[in-house]
Design a protein around this ligand. Sequence first.
Ligand code: SF4
Length: 342
Amino acid sequence: MQVSLETRDFAKYPFLKESQQFMLQNHESVDRFLQSSAGKVAIRYAVERVQRALSHAGQTIEIERIPLPSDSLGVRLEVSSYALARLLVSCGKERALIDRLTRYEALRACAFLEGEDDGKRAYVASQIGFSLGRLSLPVSRYVEITAAMREERWRLVNREVEDGNVAIEPLEAEELLKEQIRVTLLSQLPLDVPQSLCEEMAPYVSRIQDAFQQKMLEDFGEVEESCFPPCMQAIMSALSGGLNITHSGRFALTAFLHNIGMDGAQIIELYCRAPDFDVSKTQYQVEHISGRGGTGTEYTAPSCAAMRTLGLCVRPDAGCEKVNHPLNYYRSRKKGKKAKPN
Ligand code: SF4
């Protein structure tokens, strides 16, 4: 497919190989680039990029809100900021931060794609392995793209499947493309960044970690057990009642409590209610799930679909009808409570 990309396109779609080649024209090492005046601007842009990703909550981005340079130097800085933002979140080792950045990048790219002609749209889509013209996808591909899409309509049992292909509507192709970009970018992270480089970028990493922490506190605020979804309340009651909780139940509860901002000591205190409580084992599990263990991976509580599969979605109530994640249930109950003080 012959499509000519303009310089500004590199800033719009920094994940394309052409954009990376454009940025690498100087063949400079990252360390040297960071010392240069352009590098100092680019790292500032990178921090701002991650901060924008953190503060963006919607499902779309208005194109007017996305800074887009017009000259070649500006484009180089913009593409560099994308690359540096990926390095920053990789050094930060917060899974949720990586999720936020990749979601934002996918929304950002799709906002630009909406204004492109068919040829360019199809070309960009093809570069991340998505064929925009097709109205069906092989089952394995469909499952890979939709694994994190929680609406019932995306579940394979609700789809028309013929000869190993899942039919898709033209309007759905856009949603799938957005998800494909997110999934592709997510699969590339975290990057294996040398420790020395992470140390050099430590002040910037710490700035985005602070912004992330602040966002978490704004989103969740003080922990309120009365706003927990039924599934988490059930696991907590079972714990207090001396029932043996499965590994997946403990994982779901611990990740949930960590995600809403409870610290490790508070979580361990909750587990003291369990009859088989073992402090060192519990401490190890809590540290592992919250990303302070060996791998540095921070886990997110399972979605409602995953909770259902694990047999942990119990006594769903009316509040569950509007959410696809226990964290969303908690967030919305807290918001509702704030709006209607007693
Ligand atoms: S629907 Fe979701 S939030 Fe509600 S009980 Fe089930 S898993 Fe929990």
